[in-house]
Design a protein around this ligand. Structure first.
Ligand code: ATP
Ligand code: MG
Length: 405
């Protein structure tokens, strides 16, 4: 079936009053971005819906791109047809014959923006319903929750019919809530936190702290691949690698072991906050989950959060590990996250970090470090990579290595 357009329904954003235009424009921009290699597809975004005019492009190719885009409640492929009754009947019959499965129920739902049309919506529902019954004698009409809802729209220029409604990703268009810096380790939690914040409209940049040679090249590539997994929702994400070796060595040398973790996290938080400011972000996002490990008790969060007044969004803070893993599986990051490449925190983790670090003590111990100088050097050494959908870092590195052998 060659569909002529896709009708996209906005869902939640239509309730946002005067911000609505901003949301719709952002969604249109994101859709355009995601369809960058289909220039034939034209996008018209009006108040109630977005219409994607396919101009001969295959519906299924576009469908795959629309599924992960936040801000789309659902969408329907539609067929453009002549407005005369016989064309309408014929088209409805053809579509129904194609999709009907024995035992299913249906309903015709007509909308009319051309109010001068010869038939009103009730009449059309009746006439087209009869046409379906004529060609599929075993099918039954059902008004409430039918299996197939045939949407018929009579507009000025032509009529449109559509029999399928596909659920979209929901949420808000990425970017409509501003930008946040995602602290991305190689673990299970932070990619999920990134995904959930994008779902609420936050555009993210990934900040990853690497401590070579204590952490391997593979740990870095793994974090980049995790970023790749987060790109289908936006197209591309900036990945910022921060050199963290010097800071970790200094901390290890000068701070009592019970406070290593707290001071390390505070340094990460400070650096992320500077990058946020430089790059015009509004928030910091991390994968902390309450009670999961020593660094994630409330007293610990107090001690870490002490270095900034920037909002720190913790999307998984109150989730159980199994709930987080469910999402990690759904967004296909879990198997990558459990690959055993150590990130910097596992390597420098003290045997017994304080679960109730005291703020005065943390501040006191930090005086042993040249905090400002260390941070300036780390920020000066960042490396930014633009990460796009479909790229692969770990695998291509392994392939290169095998070629070398
Ligand atoms: P994750 O599964 O995200 O690694 P975790 O349960 O292992 O989290 P921690 O290691 O305590 O928790 O880290 C808490 C949070 O600190 C992480 O979710 C992440 O946001 C941030 N973080 C930790 N290590 C790094 C790193 N090397 N680079 C960037 N952010 C990090
Ligand atoms: Mg971790």
């Amino acid at each position: 079936m060659e569909y002529s357009e896709i009708m996209v329904r906005y869902g939640e954003l239509s309730t946002k009053g005067k911000n609505r235009r901003i949301f719709i424009n952002q969604l249109a921009k994101n859709v355009r971005h995601s369809l960058h290699d289909f220039p034939e597809v034209k996008i018209h975004a009006d108040r109630d819906r977005m219409h994607l005019i396919l101009n001969g492009v295959e519906y299924k190719d576009i469908k795959a791109r629309l599924l992960p885009i936040f801000g789309i409640q659902n969408f329907s492929p539609a067929l453009q047809i002549e407005k005369d009754l016989s064309s309408l009947k014929k088209a409805v019959q053809e579509q129904m014959r194609e999709i009907y499965q024995e035992g299913q129920t249906f309903k015709i739902n007509t909308r009319r923006s051309d109010h001068k049309y010869a038939y009103d919506t009730n009449q059309l529902n009746q006439i087209l319903g009869d046409a379906v019954l004529e060609c599929l004698p075993t099918i039954k009409v059902q008004m409430k929750n039918p299996d197939i809802k045939v949407l018929v729209e009579i507009r000025q220029e032509s009529a449109y019919i559509s029999c399928e409604t596909i659920n979209g990703a929901g949420g808000l268009p990425v970017g409509s809530s501003g930008k946040g810096m995602l602290m991305l380790s190689g673990g299970i939690d932070s990619p999920v936190a990134g995904y959930l914040s994008m779902k609420r409209g936050v555009e993210i940049e990934a900040v990853h702290f690497a401590s070579p040679p204590y952490t391997s090249e593979k740990a870095l590539l793994k974090a980049m691949d995790l970023t790749v997994k987060l790109t289908p929702y936006v197209g591309k994400i900036q990945f910022i690698e921060v050199p963290f070796t010097e800071i970790q060595e200094e901390i290890k040398q000068k701070v009592p072991s019970g406070y290593l973790m707290t001071v390390t996290r505070r340094m990460m938080m400070r650096i992320t906050d500077i990058l946020r400011k430089q790059r015009r972000g509004l928030a910091i996002i991390n994968g902390e989950s309450l009670g999961q490990v020593a660094s994630q008790t409330l007293p610990s969060m107090v001690a870490i959060n002490d270095v900034t007044v920037t909002p720190v969004i913790r999307p998984v803070v109150s989730m159980d590990k199994l709930e987080i893993i469910d999402i990690a599986n759904a967004i296909d990051t879990f198997n990558l996250s459990i690959q055993p490449y150590e990130d910097c925190c596992t390597i420098f983790a003290p045997p017994q970090p304080k679960t109730k670090p005291k703020l005065e003590k943390v501040r006191e111990y930090e005086k042993y470090l040249q905090v400002d100088e260390l941070i300036v050097r780390a920020v000066a050494g960042i490396k930014i990579t633009e990460i796009k959908t479909g790229q692969s870092y770990l695998n291509s590195a392994v392939a290169e290595f095998e070629d070398f052998l």
